[in-house]
Design a protein around this ligand. Structure first.
Ligand SMILES: [Zn+2]
Ligand SMILES: [Zn+2]
Length: 514
């Protein structure tokens, strides 16, 4: 059974109206790992829905977290915002409502394109609505018990000064230290390092629970049934362990079914975001990987397994694998070893499996075609030379358009040079051809006139001619690549040339042979 089905079954059996929670901390650049969380949450949601249950997925944005330091990617003037909640810090570009929106909005828009059906919830709004007031009150009244739990679970020395809640200073806007013994609902006194002494109302956005108290408070508020989270939180003595006891003993609720997931490691990274200290962001991953493939990438392995996210040639391999699972699914036949991956393909559709096999264009071919034409219509025109596109449904067209966008994004920032080329408009200047090469091209030009204009015929015509020449296959192919793209190697010649106009191709060979 696929892992998402196992979890979904457990949740469906134990919860009347299941709610799955996922979250994100938008304090800076959003990592690819955040995608794993969103996609894991949506996959479990759709699998529970597939069992006939009414189920919700919420996406909690930690927008009330403080800015911990001025990150390298922030301008110097952001130094003064350190320690303030990110919902109250201006956005660095001036186009968003605040700092939190700036970092998370593009990501949310993109997550939407993955078919993640979630309700977005901003933590700073929950505070403003007084949703945490009861939890704050309980945590303050049972502070001794909270400290005992922290000590027992984490194994660290007892800290009598432990503050479950930090009021925000009304003078400087930063989180301040509470005065414990004068607490009386709903007011909490504080004294701030800036010299201010004041009172916060815990029913308003005038302070915040610390993470270890806030997380279980969210479980109680939403009655969360299940939640994926990074494995760091799942470590022994970590925030899931303390949260489990806090929610039970302090708040009177229960902990969700835990879905800890391993980290996503980056491989084969491009040059784009070195200055941000993060070579591939979550947004990059969404922009360069077709949404259905990205869903599949995170579904094909158990959350407990690390994923190497390969932004190089791995991007093409995973798209090919996805397409193969799609064909197997529609053929209705696969091996036991493929069972898990075919099921991952189905779950990746979030209960919207296409009615028939979508029109597939080999992904690597698309990478070549995207470099031979501009615009989507141009791509279709080139594709039509080698593919029958007459039976493309609307959905197929949309998917293809999205794939072309992904391929272009990938080519612009992440693709290795070996797959990049551009078709030169004339024989590239500076190309020197030997006598043998010219003779080969001359012979080839004559045969190409009579050649049927399809990939197989073109491929075998070139191969036969090259074999008859002293150049051999390798030398013959090399000469062809040089006169078309100015490189020693390139895309498979048959399909590549068949994707171009016959006269253009033959004229180029004639020109070069002269
Ligand atoms: Zn902005
Ligand atoms: Zn202050």
């Amino acid at each position: 059974m696929h892992w998402a089905d196992v979890i979904a079954k457990d949740i469906a059996e134990s919860c009347e109206k299941p709610l799955i929670a996922t979250g994100i901390s938008p304090t800076g650049i959003i990592h690819v790992g955040s995608l794993r969380e969103a996609i894991t949450g949506e996959s479990v949601r759709s699998a529970v829905e597939g069992l006939g249950k009414e189920v919700r997925l919420i996406y909690l944005i930690d927008s009330f977290d403080p800015l911990r330091k001025r990150y390298d990617f922030l301008p110097a003037e952001f130094e003064k915002y350190v320690g303030m909640p990110i919902s109250r810090i201006p956005c660095p570009c001036g186009k968003h409502r605040n700092y939190a929106h700036h970092f998370v909005q593009p990501f949310l828009d993109a997550v939407d394109s993955l078919g993640v059906q979630c309700e977005i919830i901003w933590t700073h709004e929950l505070y403003g609505e007084g949703k945490f007031a009861e939890a704050v009150d309980l945590a303050m009244k049972k502070r001794d018990q909270v400290i005992k739990i922290m000590t027992e679970v984490t194994g660290k020395a007892e800290n009598p000064e432990y503050a479950p809640y930090n009021p925000i200073c009304s003078a400087c806007g930063r989180f301040a230290k509470p005065v414990f013994d004068t607490y009386e609902f709903p007011y909490m006194e504080y004294s701030c390092t800036c010299g201010n002494h004041g009172k916060a109302d815990v029913r308003k956005a005038e302070g915040k629970l610390t993470w270890r108290l806030e997380w279980p408070a969210k479980w109680k508020i939403f009655d969360t049934s299940a939640e994926p989270f990074g494995k760091d939180h799942a470590a022994a003595g970590g925030s899931y362990d303390t949260g489990k006891r806090i929610v039970d003993e302090i708040y009177g609720g229960k902990a969700p079914y835990p879905i800890p997931y391993e980290f996503v490691q980056l491989k084969g990274v491009g040059q784009m975001h070195k200055s941000l200290g993060c070579p591939v962001t979550g947004l990059d991953a969404i922009n360069m990987t077709p949404p259905e493939v990205l869903n599949y990438l995170f579904l094909r392995v158990n959350p407990s397994k690390a994923i190497d996210y390969d932004s190089g040639l791995g991007t093409l391999d995973i798209a090919d694998e996805y397409d193969r699972m799609e064909r197997l699914h529609f053929a209705g036949e696969w091996t036991e070893a493929e069972d898990n991956s075919v099921r991952a393909y189905v779950i990746a559709q979030h209960n919207h499996v296409p009615p028939r096999l979508p029109k597939q264009i080999p992904y690597r071919h698309l990478v070549n075609v995207a470099q031979m034409a501009s615009g989507f219509e141009g791509v279709l025109e080139v594709l039509e030379r080698t593919e029958d596109l007459s039976d493309m449904a609307d959905g197929d067209r949309k998917r293809l358009a999205r794939r072309v966008d992904c391929v272009r994004y990938w080519l612009n920032g992440f693709a290795p040079d070996s797959v990049k080329f551009s078709v030169c408009s004339t024989v590239p200047p500076g190309i020197e051809l030997s006598m043998n090469e010219k003779v080969f091209l001359k012979a080839l030009s004559v045969k190409m006139y009579d050649c049927n204009w399809d990939a197989d015929s073109i491929g075998s015509t070139i191969a036969d001619t090259a074999k008859e020449s002293p150049l051999g296959l390798k030398g013959g192919y090399g000469a062809m690549y040089r006169i078309f793209i100015g490189k020693k190697a390139g895309p498979r010649l048959g399909t590549f040339l068949a994707s171009m106009d016959k006269n253009f191709v033959v004229n180029r060979i004639v020109q070069a042979s002269g």
